[in-house]
Each structure stands twice: as C-alpha cells, then as structure tokens.
Design a protein around this ligand. Structure first.
Ligand code: SF4
Ligand code: SF3
Length: 533
C-alpha cells in the first residue's frame, strides 16, 4: 500500500472508504495511525504467545491488552509517546510468555507480531469480518477497562480478547472460521456490559431520574467529559468545599443520576452538547476541561491551554493527569480562569434549558407494571430506542426529526451522546411516564437490553414481536460491539445510520440484511411509516 496511513474504523472515515492521507478526518496523523497499527500487531503477537502459555497470563498482561485496544479507539489518543510506551509494555509482557523466542536464532515465526498492512490489503470479505472482530473488541476493551478501574473483572471476557486478536491475525482464515468469532464478540460483549453495569451500580448506586440544568453559575468551575465515573468521583472529592463547581460534558451527563455522585452539591449541571461541537463550545470557556475518555478532538489554540487528559486519553503537549489522580493542575486552572462573572443561561440544541437523565434499567423496571398496563390499555403505542453516537455529518438531523415526528403516544428511550440532538425537547408524558427517557451512556446499552428482554418476558413474546424499534446512530467502535451484541440476541430490523460502516463489505452486508434485516435509515417520514405500518 503506497498510502501513508489506512484507517476506516469510524463513521466519518474519508469518502466513506478510508482515511489514507497525511492525517485522518479525526485529526489522527499518519505516524500515529502507523504506531497504532504497530501496537495492534504487537497485541496480536502477544495473543499468539499466550497459546500453550495460558497459565503465565497475569493481570498485568490483561491490563496491557485492555489499554492497548482502548488506546486505538477513535478520538482517544493522539500521542505517539504513550503509544510507544504501550508498545514497550506489550513486548515486556510477551517476553514473560515466550522468553526463548527473544534468544532464538532460528525463529519459527509462531509468536511474531502481525503486520497490519496484510489485513488492510486482504480480500474485502475477510478484511470486513476481521475488522468487525478488531473494532468490536476495541469497543469492548473500553467497557472492560472501565469495569476494571472499579475492581470488577471477568476472566471469560479477558480470555476472549486473546482469542479474537489471534483471529484478526489469521490471513488464512475464511468466512467459516471468522463469522462465528464475529458473533462471539457480541456474546462476550453482553457479559462485559453486564459486568460494567454491575461495577457502576454497586459502586455508585442505581441511577434515579434526575433533572440537570444547562445553566452555569458564576465563579470557578471545571468541565469533565468522557465516560469514566471513577475520575468524576475523584474530582468531586478533590474539589469539595473549595468553591469550585463541576459540570459534566458529553457522555458524562448520566453521572448526575447516580446517588453516590449526585450527593455532591457542587456537581451542578451539564455544559455543552455532544463531542463534535467541542471546538465551538470550548472556544472561550473560562474554565478547564478534563477528558477522561473519548471523544477528544484536537484542541484549538483558543482553549488548548485549559484541556487536561487522564487515563488512556492523551494529546501531545496537553497536561496528563497520571494514575495518582492528583487533579491539582486542573483545580488551579479553574481558580486562575475564575469562571463566568455572572450566571450564564445556556440551552440545548432545541432551545431547552434543562435535560433529564437517570432512566436506567432499575428505574424503568421498577415501573414495569405501569408500563405494561399502559401498553395493554393502548395508552402507549410504541417504544423507540433512538440512540447511539453523535457525529458531525449533517444527515444526523434525521434523529431529531424522527423523535419530533414520533407519535404522541410513543416513548423514546435513548442513550449515548446521540441524545443531545433531542434531549432538551419537552415532549411531555404518556401513560404517566416521560416521553423521553435517557438510559445513560453508550456504556449503559445493557440497560436497554435488560428492559427489552424483561418486556418480552412480561408480554410472553419474542423481543422482535414487541412494539419496540431500534433506530441507532453509530460513530466509533463501542457502537460496533453493541451492534454485535444486539445481533447475538437475535434482534432484527435495526435501522442504522447516518451511513453504513465502510468496513462492511457488500457480501457481509448481504448476510446481515438477510439474517437480521438491518437497514440503513432513510427519511423519518418513510421509516416511521414502515415501522408503524
Ligand atoms: Fe479516519 Fe475515523 Fe480512523 Fe480517524 S478514526 S483516521 S476519522 S477512520
Ligand atoms: Fe459518543 Fe464519542 Fe460514541 Fe459514548 S462520546 S457514544 S461518540
């Protein structure tokens, strides 16, 4: 391949084909993309080295695999230094597994690192299936990582990463060998999401419905973005009684619903909308912003001096908060910038000045009888799960229009950052329930699955026979593993947009359409007509 880089893992990939120039659409430079490929190839080498050496795999080996995969998720890490450091750690782990390979003068090549160029130039169907596996486990690694930060791990989940990485490196495997592993990603990811749900709810309590203001009070404040609740908790502890307020951003919004986080009075509200608006929304913000995970965009010069990273997120020249979680530089910056001199009234994309969150499975299922009664009485006609990632494409307005045009007696369940398209709309209530219910982050997709399965059980029907339709938006790799989990559960008729993944080849798409009736979104009018008959 003559191109400097090749990456087609996210929805905004150049020309719906692949980023191949000096930098990707996300701002990832060719040398960083190359290092990320090298890191992935090294992880495949590590997975190969575990064969027959399973007993030598330790928590440290698992940790480096999770970090290595999470680091390569879109909008997480743009920093060559951290990728090089990870590469070194992967080699160290491999040395422990196969020390003789490093001293061997006539290498058999069995534990070699993999050259990702072989994957990117493979025939399009096997490339497609191996990409589904790779991108799926990159997303799943993010979930497993968040759970592990809270002390929750699952050996089945951890073992599977090696199996899947091994498969990604098999140039000789075809559809028959790869397809079962693609489906297994979905199966194992269900376990992984259940683990994360357990980690979050046992640590911070079950989310409760919570109204979140978009108004920012006067005085020093900190904005915290990303998905990591542990980081938020540490920040809230360190800013307690200091005269600093904390505002969530992007995927951190659902944190307001957790009892152990909402108890802090200085966790005040939410600032801004979804990730793709950050360069505009942060342009003149008089406060520091802390990124705990994706989605970080290359910061503009106007605010780069106030962006901080932690965990696996990193960007050259930004201050990175290490494992000691000492947020002093962020706190000092908040005092230095001082915040707004008076209260600032912000609104969401539709003019609303507050949003609701906290409708995770525990809350929704605690009113299951009310929900079932309202459906049986005809008060609720349909449920739509309109959720997933947001992004920059203009076509994403579809989701706002879809929600606006959904019948007045329907309920919109939502999750992830795509909800910012409509979460400030006041759609009132139906059957005594709010019409828009935010179930949480993309990390909480398990909540939606749990509710759907419980409803199917209550109505004694297959989940596909429920008055429930999934209208999903995707952007990065967590959406890939969630989609594979939905397929593993046999959920059909999913509408997916704004465009279909570049890494799904025509033959693989045919397979998905034939077996799962996946379809691309069209227009809200047409799709609603089709769904509601
Ligand atoms: Fe392109 Fe997306 Fe890859 Fe970035 S992550 S280089 S935008 S395909
Ligand atoms: Fe959003 Fe990045 Fe995917 Fe977590 S923050 S859903 S895009």
């Amino acid at each position: 391949m003559d191109n400097k880089m090749f990456c087609f893992q996210c929805e905004q990939t150049a020309g719906c084909k692949g980023c191949m120039g000096a930098a990707g659409v996300c701002g990832k430079k060719a040398d960083t993309a190359e290092l990320q490929d090298k890191l992935t190839g090294a992880l495949i080498g590590l997975a190969r080295a575990t064969e027959g050496n399973e007993a030598l795999v330790t928590d440290t080996t698992d940790k480096v695999v999770l970090e290595g995969l999470f680091t390569t998720v879109t909008n997480v890490n743009f920093n060559n230094d951290t990728i090089l450091e990870l590469l070194h750690r992967v080699e160290e782990e491999k040395k422990k597994l196969v020390p003789n390979c490093y001293a061997c003068t006539s290498s058999c090549g069995r534990n070699n690192n993999y050259d990702m160029k072989n994957l990117w130039t493979a025939d399009e169907d096997t490339r497609s299936l191996r990409s589904l596996i790779l991108f799926g486990i990159r997303g799943m690694a993010a979930y497993a990582y968040h759970a592990s930060v809270l002390g929750f791990t699952d050996s089945d989940v951890n073992h599977f990463f090696y199996k899947a990485l091994f498969a990604v490196g098999r140039d000789d495997w075809r559809m028959d060998e790869l397809l079962p592993i693609v489906m297994e990603v979905g199966e194992v990811n269900l376990k992984c999401m259940a683990l994360l749900d357990k980690a979050n709810t046992e640590t911070y309590g079950n989310p409760v419905p919570t109204e979140v203001t978009l108004t920012v009070e006067k005085g020093p404040f900190i904005v915290i973005s990303g998905h990591d609740l542990y980081d938020l908790k540490q920040l809230l502890e360190q800013t307690k009684d200091k005269g600093i307020n904390v505002y969530t951003h992007g995927e951190m919004l659902p944190a307001h619903g957790y009892p152990e986080l909402k108890k802090y009075p200085h966790l005040k509200g939410n600032f801004g909308t979804a990730w793709q608006n950050q360069q505009k929304e942060f342009a003149d913000i008089p406060a520091p912003i802390l990124f705990t995970t994706n989605c970080l965009m290359p910061p503009k010069a106007s605010y780069a001096d106030r962006v901080y990273t932690t965990e696996v997120v990193s960007y050259p020249q930004l201050v990175h908060i290490g494992d000691d979680k000492d947020f002093t530089p962020v706190i000092e910056k908040a005092f230095e910038l001082g915040g707004y001199p008076t209260e600032m009234l912000f609104t969401g994309l539709n003019g609303g000045n507050k949003v609701m969150t906290g409708f995770a499975h525990h809350t929704v299922l605690s009113v299951a009888d009310q929900v079932i009664g309202a459906v049986k009485a005809g008060a609720i006609s349909h449920f739509f799960l309109v959720g997933g990632c947001d992004g920059a494409k203009p076509g994403r307005n579809y989701y706002t229009e879809f929600v606006k045009q959904a019948p007045a007696d329907s309920i919109i369940l939502t999750l992830a950052c795509g909800k910012y398209r409509f979460n400030d709309l006041d759609l009132g209530t139906v059957g005594g329930l709010p019409r828009i219910m935010d179930m949480g982050q993309c990390n909480d997709a398990y909540s939606a699955i749990k509710v759907a399965l419980a409803l199917a059980e209550a109505f004694a029907c297959d989940v596909n026979e429920l008055p429930l339709s999934l209208v999903l938006s995707w952007y990065e790799q967590k959406a890939v593993c969630i989609l594979l989990t939905l397929l593993h559960l046999g959920i059909r008729n999913i509408l997916l947009g704004p465009s279909l993944p570049a890494f799904v080849s025509p033959n693989v798409l045919d397979f998905l359409v034939e077996n799962y009736h996946i379809a691309p979104i069209s227009t809200p009018e047409d799709d609603l007509r089709k769904i509601l008959g």
